[in-house]
Write a protein that binds this ligand. Structure first.
Ligand code: PEP
Ligand code: MN
Length: 339
């Protein structure tokens, strides 16, 4: 159960309410988010009507899931997150594009101009790369972050970039408009807590073996520590299939939309692992109801230092943008005719 308090509710009155709930032997978590909120995950014999009569209590929301703040019940209207000119969770699909990794100033700048020209709203690129092998390119690190800052200033594109360690958050957040938490870190709980204690929006990728409930509980961590600006990203899960790098679980899109109010993006690059399949799955993701896409684009994919095989050329990305916009338009017409 979630008890949402008025922003100006006296902290002492909130404390009395907490004690009232604790007196029933219930765990109560006080969340310091955009509004003061109490979460009582074990609410079996609490009476919502009684709580609703407390002065200062705005809403009492029973939630039937292990995740609470991330549940659709909390915000049935859905969450929208503004980043630059883009509204994630709004009408238009939001398009994030760029190379897997920052490689050089020229590579990043050229790609950024190309994706901006094609219609991207944000630039993606990793400076810190979580690689399976310690012998693979690990990213340019702080030097890569400086290049991201320069290219951001030069192109005006907001930046999405990965952060791998809690202690790196403050410096990465100086450059990043959105902090990415990668699939391999989805259950790095110290990182989730630290991402919750800072204000930048967080793009939370689904772990490659994570169930949807585990993924939403990872989002819940970020929210429970105070940051309600969480964007989910489906990037494919590991299955027995070997013809694609991962199996892009598009089931997750309508399932998450129903269970949660958080916006959901799809990454068809890591989801398929092959540029040949990226555009069809990008179209399918939008048709399934995704709020946008994050796609890898490289000026010369065959020369990329990581993930070249799944990277689109700028020309292919421009085609992807045209096609996903056509799908989004078709959907709007469909719903206009038959709401
Ligand atoms: C990436 O976005 O380049 C990346 C490493 O993604 P994931 O965490 O989904 O593997
Ligand atoms: Mn990549």
């Amino acid at each position: 159960m979630i008890v949402e308090c008025a922003s100006d509710m006296d902290p002492r009155a909130i404390q009395r309410l907490v004690e009232h709930l604790q007196a029933r032997g219930k765990p109560v978590y006080r969340i310091h988010g955009p509004q003061p909120v109490l979460v009582c995950p074990d609410d079996h014999d609490l009476d919502p009507q009684e709580l609703q009569t407390w002065p200062g209590v705005r809403r009492v929301i029973p939630v039937r899931h292990a995740f609470q703040l991330a549940a659709r019940d909390y915000r049935p209207e859905g969450t929208q997150i503004r980043v630059g000119e883009a509204l994630i969770g709004g009408e238009e699909p939001v398009l994030i594009a760029g190379p897997c990794a920052v490689e050089s100033r020229a590579q990043l700048l050229e790609t950024a101009y190309a994706v901006r020209e094609a219609g991207a709203h944000m630039l993606r690129a990793g400076a810190f790369k979580p690689r399976t092998s310690p012998y693979s390119f690990q990213g340019l690190g702080w030097e890569g972050l400086e290049l991201l800052a320069e290219v951001r200033a030069e192109t005006g594109l907001p930046v999405v970039t990965e952060v791998m360690a809690p202690e790196e958050i403050p410096l990465v957040a100086e450059v990043a408009d959105v902090l990415q938490i990668g699939a391999r870190n989805m259950q790095n709980f110290s990182l989730l807590k630290a991402a919750g204690r800072q204000p930048k929006p967080v793009l939370l990728k689904r772990g490659m073996s994570a169930t949807i409930e585990e993924w939403l509980l990872a989002a819940e961590y970020i929210m429970a520590y105070g940051n309600f600006q969480v964007i989910l990203c489906e990037r494919g899960i590991r299955t027995f299939e070997r013809m694609t790098r991962n199996t892009l679980d598009l089931n997750a899109v309508p399932v998450v939309k129903r269970l949660s109010h958080l916006p959901v993006l799809v990454d068809p690059s890591h989801g398929t692992g092959d540029a040949a399949y990226v555009i069809p799955m990008a179209r399918a993701a939008i048709a399934a109801g995704a709020d946008g896409l994050i796609t890898e684009v490289h000026i010369r994919p065959q020369e990329a230092w990581s993930d070249g095989r799944q990277s689109l050329t700028p020309e292919a990305f421009a085609r992807m943008v045209r096609e996903v916009r056509a799908v989004a338009r078709a959907l709007r017409e469909l719903y206009r005719d038959a709401p």
